[in-house]
Ligand binder design. Sequence first.
Ligand code: SAM
Length: 268
Amino acid sequence: MQDNDKQYLQEQQYKTPDNYQTRLTLIDCADEKIDIWAWRARPFNFSNTKDILEIGCGPGHLWESAQKKLTATQRLVLTDFSNGMLEAARANLASFKLPCSVQFENVDMENLTYAAASFDAVIAQFVIYHASSPQQALNEIKRVLKPTGWTSIVTIPVCAFHDFLKLAHEIDNRIPPHSISALFSEEKADAMLPEFFTRIEKETCSIKVTCTEPTPILNYIRAYPTVQKLALPEEFYAEYEKRIKILFQKNGVLKSEFGMTSYMCYSS
Ligand SMILES: C[S@@+](CC[C@H](N)C(=O)[O-])C[C@H]1O[C@@H](n2cnc3c(N)ncnc32)[C@H](O)[C@@H]1O
């Protein structure tokens, strides 16, 4: 299947935050505990920044960590193409008590409904790989960003959790063995971003996981976009579980690796 079936992503995978939340729980098996939101918010500097746009905000978790960097002078616009995600973000941000004004808007990242040069910062984390055309998403980010502004982009490597996806691919070869980030993985971002920005600061964070029981892996596979989209019969999941259990019997634990790559991008 296509990695970027927009209708499926909007109407099923991201209709509510549930699938994303489930997938994130696999990171709880990390060998070294990490606050992924704090890591992603760490490079933000909002001094001289008034208008901030986040695209594909999801449930808005990032702002629990980033809120202490905001002041009353900023205006935050959180956007997503899923109303369910926007509702969750609205509820979460209400509990964070941000100091600045916040708007929630249903906007597609490939067709931003904002004037050129209208934002000082654009944040796009774990989202550009879902675009039908990452090039178009980057064109839009560049268009709405002021020339003095900055963009924070975070993506994942194409081999993220490869071990678990490969096993699914071996049972049904319509499931790609690579991560959903394939269209805008770390490797692709490295090649594309210099076409759009003159200065790029890159940081990577490798997350090694060790699972001691099958449940987090089985839940991850059930919630994974390229698996879930196929609406597979229960026989597929039973076979996956059987193979996972054999590997646990053989090895005691199962290991894999995830990763995050952060790019702070500037045009001046
Ligand atoms: C993997 S989640 C990431 C959410 C959030 N950025 C984070 O890092 O936690 C991807 C989000 O992007 C949204 N999304 C995917 N394609 C989109 C598009 N074309 N336009 C706007 N939002 C999109 C989804 O609805 C979902 O909320």
